[in-house]
Write a protein of this length. Structure first.
Length: 144
C-alpha cells in the first residue's frame, strides 16, 4: 500500500484548509505554475516578470494537485497586495471518475523546457504547467 507523502510548507498550509475524508491520506502531490500555461519563451519571460511583481507586492499564485487514496484534489490559491485580495478554489474529483491522466514535455529554442500534466474526468479536463518535475517524477505522476 502507498505511504503518505511529505508535503512542503506551502502544500501543508493549503491542505490544512481542506477537509479530508475519514481515512483519507495524501499519496502524491505536485505544484503547478499558476502564472504560465504554455511553452512560448517570450510568454514565459513575461510570466516570470509577473511572478516577481506579485511576490514583491506580498502575493502568490499557487496551484496544487494532491492525489489521495480516495480522490484527486486540485487546489488553486491566489493572494495579492499582502492578502488584500484572496482566492481559493478547490476541485475534488472521485478516483472512479478519472478517465485519463498524462504528461507532456516541450522544448523550444533548444533549451527552454516546459513540462505539463493533465487529468481528465468524465466532465472536465484539467491541465497545468509544472515548474520542477523531472522525467522520473512525470512517470510517477501517471503511475499514481
Amino acid at each position: 500500500m502507498n505511504q503518505p507523502v511529505q508535503l512542503s510548507q506551502q502544500a501543508q498550509q493549503i491542505v490544512s484548509e481542506v477537509d479530508l475524508l475519514p481515512g483519507e491520506n495524501i499519496l502524491y502531490s505536485i505544484q503547478g505554475d499558476g502564472f504560465f500555461l504554455g511553452s512560448n519563451p517570450l510568454a514565459k519571460a513575461i510570466a516570470s516578470l509577473q511572478a516577481t511583481i506579485t511576490k514583491l507586492t506580498g502575493g502568490h499564485v499557487r496551484v496544487f494537485v494532491f492525489i489521495t487514496n480516495l480522490r484527486v484534489l486540485l487546489i488553486h490559491s491566489e493572494a495579492a497586495f499582502c492578502g488584500f485580495r484572496r482566492l481559493r478554489a478547490i476541485n475534488a474529483i472521485a478516483l472512479g471518475s478519472i478517465t485519463e491522466a498524462g504528461t507532456g514535455k516541450e522544448t523550444q529554442w533548444c533549451c527552454i523546457h516546459t513540462r505539463t500534466v493533465h487529468i481528465e474526468s468524465k466532465t472536465q479536463r484539467y491541465g497545468l504547467v509544472i515548474k520542477k518535475l523531472d522525467d522520473r517524477a512525470q512517470r510517477e505522476f501517471v503511475r499514481n
